[in-house]
Design a protein around this ligand. Structure first.
Ligand SMILES: *Cc1c(COP(=O)(O)O)cnc(C)c1O
Length: 358
């Protein structure tokens, strides 16, 4: 079976973990600091703050920006649930705009009409490894005095016009094992703003600036040094992993027939966290079954848009209509593209798809 994800763990990761175990410092310590410094450098920002997951990194970012009850955050419903849940955790309300059907990212032309006096932030989700259209997003944020909090959980190293995602506003990243690099579980906040950096650090550690003096409500969102050691070893391989994903994606796009392959807008560097095709006319699920029978894994990211998730409908009363988002949930199919695929895996994926599309 060719799986959708396969964490690439080498001797460097194993060695790094053993060193931490021998060091006696297991909780947040020198490896977390080193990982933060390395991540900030990769992202070309001044500060990075490690957290226990992508979700807690996003939650922290919302709190660091002072989001609270009654505030609104404009985002996409075509994403993993954590993007919108992190807004809810802060007491704020996600406001969904539809996606651009060509990129699956938020349609920037719909943002301005969604802005109200309660809007505090825009939350662009760089889905599948492709950046949102950041120029219009940044100028809208500037014009209306809004924060930009990027969900870059799928886009480590992706670039928009030569600039890294996570360096436009406040960036949030996940280091879950399926992502382009992993620390086991883990997350990262990136920023050039020293206030956001400091706020995130304090809230991450129970609102504590001086040991056992608690100035505000905080949490335990810390990363361990064990996870940081794995993350640091992985960070050194990010460029190589991304290049491998890009080359796998190119092979797929060059050889797949009868499906709509991913588009990369001019000036963008796609890091292919997912390689997602569109299969119209209700044939998506049949293709998925055919691939399964031929030993090829595939997955639908995401089968239910957030505004139609049970909790959002029943408890929060969402009843938006987002036609492109809803159409995408019926047509998208992600194929294996990870850095562990072999040339023969790629051949098998291509033949299985092409056999189906005929
Ligand atoms: C993975 C992911 C998250 C959450 O990250 P975790 O580390 O799993 O908590 C948030 N947003 C998106 C788009 C993701 O893919």
């Amino acid at each position: 079976m060719i799986h959708m994800a396969k964490p690439q763990m080498g001797d460097e990761e194993k060695q790094a973990v053993m060193e931490v175990l021998d060091s006696g410092i297991l909780a947040q310590g020198p490896r977390v600091k080193a990982f933060e410094d390395g991540f900030a450098q990769m992202c070309e920002v001044k500060h990075a703050v490690a957290a226990s997951s992508g979700t807690t990194a996003m939650h922290l970012a919302m709190l660091a920006h002072g989001l609270s009850n009654g505030d609104e955050v404009i985002t996409s419903a075509f994403t993993f649930i954590a993007s919108a849940n992190s807004v809810l955790y802060a007491g704020a309300k996600p406001i969904f705009v539809d996606i651009d059907p060509r990129t699956f990212n938020m349609d920037v032309n719909q943002i301005e009409s969604a802005i109200t006096p309660r809007t505090k932030a825009i939350l662009p989700v760089h889905l599948y490894g492709l950046a949102c259209d950041m120029d219009p997003i940044m100028s809208l944020a500037d014009k209306h005095g809004l924060a930009v909090i990027e969900d870059a959980c799928q886009s480590h190293g992706a670039m928009y016009k030569g600039k890294k995602v996570g360096s436009f506003g406040t960036g949030t990243f996940s280091l879950y094992p399926t992502k382009n690099i992993t620390s086991g579980e883990g997350g990262m906040i990136t920023t050039n703003d020293p206030m956001i950096d400091e706020k995130s650090r304090v809230i991450r550690q129970h609102g504590m600036r001086v040991r056992y003096y608690h100035d505000e409500l905080g949490y335990n969102f810390r990363m361990t040094d064990i996870h940081a050691a794995i993350g640091l070893a992985q960070l050194k391989k990010l460029e190589k992993f991304n290049a491998q994903r890009q080359s796998n994606a190119k092979f797929l796009s060059d050889n797949l027939k009868g499906v709509e392959t991913p588009r990369v807008p001019d000036g963008q560097t796609h890091v292919f966290h997912q390689y997602t095709i569109r299969v119209p006319d209700g044939k998506r699920d049949a293709l998925r079954t055919h691939l399964q029978e031929n030993g090829v894994g595939s997955e639908v990211y995401y089968p239910v848009p957030i505004h139609q998730q049970t909790f959002y409908v029943n408890e929060l009363g969402y009843k938006d209509s987002l036609p492109e988002t809803e159409r995408a949930t019926l047509e998208v199919l992600s194929l294996p593209v990870h850095a562990g695929l072999t040339a023969s895996d790629l051949e098998i994926i291509v033949s299985a798809v092409n056999e189906f599309t005929g």
